[in-house]
Write a protein that binds this ligand. Structure first.
Ligand code: FAD
Length: 477
């Protein structure tokens, strides 16, 4: 089943058995890869993007639920504690370690806000018409979740993130709004008593992922980026000061710099330092009943469960997700779609009249889990191989921003003249990337439940999580 059928295909050739050269090779045609390609082509580099599958069909970026958000999988206080601990292990004194950790978390949050803004900029610059809208609501299941959400946003406020809001009438409006239970119910059409309240994040929002991704690829091709599909980077060689990337289809590509864009480069050359396992996330599409007041005040809502329930509205279409599974098949898809609609009906009473026959479409996308708890960037071979990997069930905005930083740090080939502004930007962006390089490595993602379940899952069917669960969801700030 295709997602967003209104969007045409993007089918570049496969480069089978070809010999190519470029300044900058991007492996991975998702948001991080295309964003890097965009930044590099703007700087005049010669750029090639290869995708191991079909553009827009394999990347999480083409299949996602279409929210873009600030923040990360972990609550802010947990991140501060962990990062302070990391510094203390290196001998930094307690209070100082805590302050440093706060600074790092602030910088991290800023990058995610910049990612949200970049999404809008790309949509605008390339006229992608991917229906980008601001305002993403996170709904709290319990009072404790609500308190945690509020604390996160107070921290962001103290971190002066408001300075990143665009001016409106010569002032910067607040970037979030806290909603009580009744306000949330009235404005988003949720069931009475279901949520304890929520927060609307105005940096975050919603968009049409496939429309965005395919449109961006087309626009970049027009700008001169060369694209290939069914072309998987499999091995690297550094003979005679030349880096060559060998692909599964026989293509060989000589490049100055390689960016593995969430493409699990650590497995390349058998260098399997990290285990990647994956699950499937689902999106289910229904048509809203005539006159339904669902998501009237804002087009997207997710909640604090783990995994969360999320919903995005685009006209009369409603996209929802709720479950993850270890494997997928048409039968599993049908069952998940049915249960997701049931959950949707509990959250939004206006869907009450819908039945299985009203499910228009349902699809799944792969979500990778790595042994790293934080998104990481690694520069190896003198910076010529840059790897970005993040568990991909979170982070349209982060993927975009990290890709942009990478595209901006890639050196020009020596034959090109140096330009001072470009050098300054390179240095600034390299500094910002270092944050991601310095995050703790080897921690387990979301210790416990989801990781363990994915790794050692028994063949039982997935259990629908009860709304009483209190864990804070990864897609919230
Ligand atoms: C169903 C679903 C719903 C989601 N909903 C949301 C949401 O609402 N909000 C949000 O923020 N995030 C969401 N996400 C996560 C979000 O989509 C990802 O964080 C983001 O798209 C990651 O982008 P990326 O470019 O880093 O990786 P990807 O989009 O996964 O792209 C990586 C690409 O690399 C390719 N590749 C891998 N190895 C190689 C190789 N060796 N050579 C060449 N190519 C290779 C892959 O085929 C893939 O196309 C969702 C994900 C899924 C699956």
């Amino acid at each position: 089943m295709a997602y967003d059928e209104d969007v045409g295909e993007f089918s570049p050739p496969s480069a089978t058995n070809e010999n190519l050269t470029c300044d900058f090779l991007v492996a991975g045609g998702g948001l991080s890869g295309l964003s890097a390609a965009d930044a590099a082509i703007r700087r005049g580099l010669n750029v090639v993007v290869i995708e191991k599958g079909v553009y827009g069909k394999e990347a999480a970026s083409g299949l996602s639920a279409g929210q873009f958000l600030t923040g990360w999988a972990k609550p802010i206080d947990v991140m501060i504690t962990e990062l302070a601990q990391q510094d203390m292990e290196k001998g930094v004194y307690g209070v100082q370690a805590h302050r440093r950790a706060e600074r790092r978390v602030r910088a991290f949050l800023r990058r995610t806000v910049e990612g949200c803004q970049q999404l809008e900029e790309l949509d605008h610059d390339y006229n992608l018409r991917a229906s980008v809208q601001h305002g993403a609501c996170t709904a709290a299941i319990t009072e404790a979740d609500m308190a945690s959400l509020e604390a996160a946003y107070r921290f962001m406020e103290k971190s002066n993130l408001r300075a990143l809001m665009p001016l409106a009438d010569k002032r910067r409006p607040p970037f979030f709004e806290i909603l009580g239970a009744r306000q949330l119910q009235r404005r988003y059409g949720t069931a009475e008593g279901f949520y304890a309240g929520g927060v609307i994040d105005r940096f975050g929002g919603s968009f049409r992922p496939r429309k965005f991704l395919i449109g961006l690829a087309r626009a970049l091709r027009k700008r001169g980026v060369r694209f290939f599909q069914h072309t998987e980077a499999q091995a690297l060689d550094f003979a005679d000061h030349q880096m060559t990337v060998f692909c599964g289809n026989g293509a060989t590509i000589g490049a100055n710099t390689l960016f593995m864009a969430n493409a699990y480069a650590r497995h390349i050359n058998g260098d399997a330092l990290e285990r990647a396992i994956f699950e499937y996330d689902y999106v289910v599409e229904v048509e809203l009943p005539e006159g339904a007041k669902t998501l009237m005040a804002g087009s997207v809502l997710s909640d604090t469960r783990d995994p969360c329930f999320y919903a995005r509205r685009h006209g009369r279409r409603l996209y929802m997700g709720y479950e993850e599974t270890a494997e997928t098949s048409p039968e599993i898809m049908r069952d998940v779609a049915r249960r997701t609609l049931e959950e949707g009906k509990r959250v939004f009473p206006a869907l009450g009249s819908l039945g299985d026959r009203d499910i228009k479409n349902a699809w799944s996308g792969r979500v990778y889990y790595t042994l790293d708890d934080y998104p990481f960037v690694e520069r190896r071979h003198g910076g010529r191989v840059i790897t970005f990997a993040a568990p991909s069930d979170h982070g349209n905005s982060l993927a975009l921003r990290i890709g942009q930083l990478v595209g901006n740090v890639v050196p020009r080939s020596t034959s090109q003249p140096k330009n001072e502004a470009d050098e300054r930007q390179r240095r600034r962006n390299a500094e910002q990337l270092r944050l991601f390089e310095s995050f703790p490595k080897g921690l387990r993602l979301r210790p416990g439940r989801r990781y363990q379940e994915a790794a050692f899952r028994d063949p039982e069917p997935p259990v629908v999580v009860s709304p009483a669960k209190t864990s804070v969801r990864n897609r919230s700030a």
